[in-house]
Design a protein around this ligand. Structure first.
Ligand SMILES: [Zn+2]
Length: 589
């Protein structure tokens, strides 16, 4: 305990000293040549992040991240700080806004520049994104990135899972190569994985993020991770786009055919580092291949959530057996290269997003389930050995390390098939509107249905009929996502389709709290009925139509139904004969 409190005192002193130095620097900036200011203000120990001060043994805590952001904002007036939401435990989620006259969404949108949102630390044991973003803020504070800011506004939160970040233990990340002084937890304060909350919008953190996306409308968004580590890959950095087959084709092509190949080539030329798509080698013989993960097609995953919102979404996964320093460094290179690309191709980026937002998907057959497919060409996969290193602070559990500085000495390579994109295995019609009829009274024999699942889920929508309770939950989630809807004010005729349920099953195992994934089979059939006043109408002629389709369709593998959000009705006994949501190719108002 004693050394810890000493180091806290030292840090407090450092902060004080840095505030004095900053004031110094600003006074100088007003009087003297800029160069002298930069040297004065950006030199010295107070500019070092916690990993740099501890020889990469430790990672920054929440208060340090906030203090560092304030320090950078104090030295460079282009950096504006705000709060865009709160964690479960009420920690303000910080946002650095750079490249606009202020931090509000209105000020950012008025610039008409390309908007890029980047979040680190969604899994708070995977801390290199947080640290790389602090390095990036430092570089911006020093004035090294002014060229980007002519065309681009950056929206940066280094510490998304801030509650998890504070739950430090030296044992938190198994065989990951540090930081040996400990790191936070994967989950948030409720034990929920924020990277599974893209569709169900259950956590304060995800709801804050979705609100940010709705208000600031980024064109590009990045979510920074480290792999759990399972192969002997030689890639210190892997990346992924949204894998949902319903994404805008032009957006996927810009990312996969242009941006990622270009930055991969650049980083190889500049730093000698090999990068590739996220995944690993599996299978033997003819089946041996580098495979991504088909699960990543589901927008519960944050980077895929970006994609189905028509944002150019990127996931990074550094290699967990690369040293902590290397992981921060390569994440920093990724930010540097990708932001460099976006800044110099702003018009292309903005155009492809505007077109995806304007493009109608009404009447198309879209994917509700998918599988990975093999790319036409073999790909060069690199491998490098790791060694076992005794962990000085964890008994009997060495960690794996790919030592730094070996260069290409031990690297081998193999040409392998690559399963890196997903194609539909089942499609269905994207209608013009989804409708949730407000049925007049509870079914006579209906037993009370369990409230929607999840931690603390029993509190949701306790009053009213099953339909009223379900509708309250649906409206809550639509608003969390920023999806436009309306409620009818008079009875009206409805012509469209209803889904007759054949089977209605729940997973046996609980997932993400108390959720038990629900799956329906059945078939759509034509229906004419009277739609009572108070019914919910969700039109598909809106920019979030791709997301809306996945949330509302009864066969979707990542919709409201799967996540038990319609269980007030679907969980009744006896089970309802029809899915409680209708669809129509007609406009419903
Ligand atoms: Zn992760």
């Amino acid at each position: 305990m004693k050394p810890l409190s000493v180091s806290r005192a030292t840090r407090a002193l450092c902060a004080l000293a840095s505030a004095v130095a900053l004031l110094d620097g600003r006074a100088l900036a007003a009087q003297g040549p800029a160069k002298a200011t930069a040297t004065k203000a950006t030199g010295g120990a107070q500019w070092l992040t916690r990993p740099e001060r501890t020889d990469f043994a430790e990672t920054s805590r929440y208060d340090e991240v906030i203090a560092y952001m304030k320090q950078m904002a104090a030295v460079n007036p282009n950096i504006h700080l705000t709060t865009y939401g709160y964690t479960t435990e009420g920690r303000p989620l910080p946002l650095a806004v750079i490249g606009a006259p202020g931090a509000t969404a209105a000020q950012v949108l008025a610039t008409n520049k390309t908007r890029v949102y980047i979040q680190g630390n969604i899994h708070a044991g995977e801390v290199e994104g947080k640290e790389a973003l602090l390095w990036l803020l430092r570089s911006i504070a020093k004035g090294e990135r002014n060229a980007w800011l002519k065309t681009t506004v950056l929206l940066i939160n280094p510490i998304y899972n801030a509650d998890g970040n504070e739950r430090v233990a030296v044992t938190n990340r198994g065989s990951q190569a540090g930081p040996v002084g400990g790191m936070g937890t994967r989950e948030n304060a409720l034990g929920l994985d924020l990277n599974r909350d893209g569709t169900k919008m259950e956590t304060a953190e995800a709801r804050s993020m979705a609100s940010l996306l709705t208000r600031y409308q980024p064109h590009v968004a990045m979510d920074l991770h480290t792999t759990d580590g399972s192969s002997t890959s030689g890639f210190n950095m892997t990346y992924e786009t949204s894998l949902n087959p319903n994404n805008s084709k032009a957006q996927m092509s810009l990312l996969r055919d242009v941006l990622l190949p270009e930055i991969t080539k650049n980083v190889k030329a500049k730093h000698g580092s090999d990068w590739f798509y996220y995944g690993g080698v599996s299978g033997t013989g003819d089946q041996r291949a580098w495979r991504s993960d088909a699960e990543l097609a589901k927008p519960r995953y944050t980077s895929t959530y970006y994609g189905v919102r028509n944002i150019l979404g990127l996931l990074t996964e550094t290699y967990s057996y690369a040293s902590f320093k290397t992981r921060i460094t390569e994440t920093y290179w990724f930010l540097e290269e990708s932001l460099g690309y976006v800044a110099s191709h702003g018009e292309t980026v903005r155009d492809v997003v505007a077109k995806a937002n304007a493009e109608s998907i009404i009447g198309q057959q879209l994917a509700v389930r998918q599988q990975l497919v093999k790319a036409p060409a073999l790909q060069k996969i690199v491998f490098a050995p790791t060694i076992s290193v005794r962990n000085p602070y964890v008994a009997d559990r060495p960690y794996r390390l790919r030592p730094d500085g070996l260069g290409d000495a031990n690297v081998t390579s193999e040409m392998l098939p690559f399963y890196g994109t997903a194609e539909p295995t089942e499609t269905t019609l994207a209608p013009r509107a989804w409708v949730v009829p407000m049925t007049a009274a509870p079914t006579a024999a209906a037993a009370p249905a369990p409230a929607p699942g999840g931690v603390g889920g029993t509190r949701g929508g306790a009053a009213g009929t099953p339909t009223q309770r379900m509708m309250a939950t649906v409206i809550d989630r639509l608003e969390a996502h920023g999806i436009r809807y309306s409620v009818t004010t008079a009875d009206q005729p409805f012509s469209g389709d209803r889904f007759k349920i054949a089977t209605n099953t729940l997973e046996t195992r609980e997932y993400q709290g108390t959720h038990k994934g629900r799956t329906l089979t059945g078939a759509w059939e034509a229906t004419e009925q009277t739609l009572p006043a108070g019914s919910l109408v969700i039109p598909m002629d809106q920019p979030l139509a791709r997301l809306t389709f996945i949330l509302m369709d009864p066969r979707s593998d990542d919709g409201f139904m799967w996540w038990n959000l319609l269980d007030a009705v679907l969980g009744q006994s006896p089970a309802p004969a029809y899915f409680p949501v209708l669809r129509s190719m007609n406009a419903v108002r």
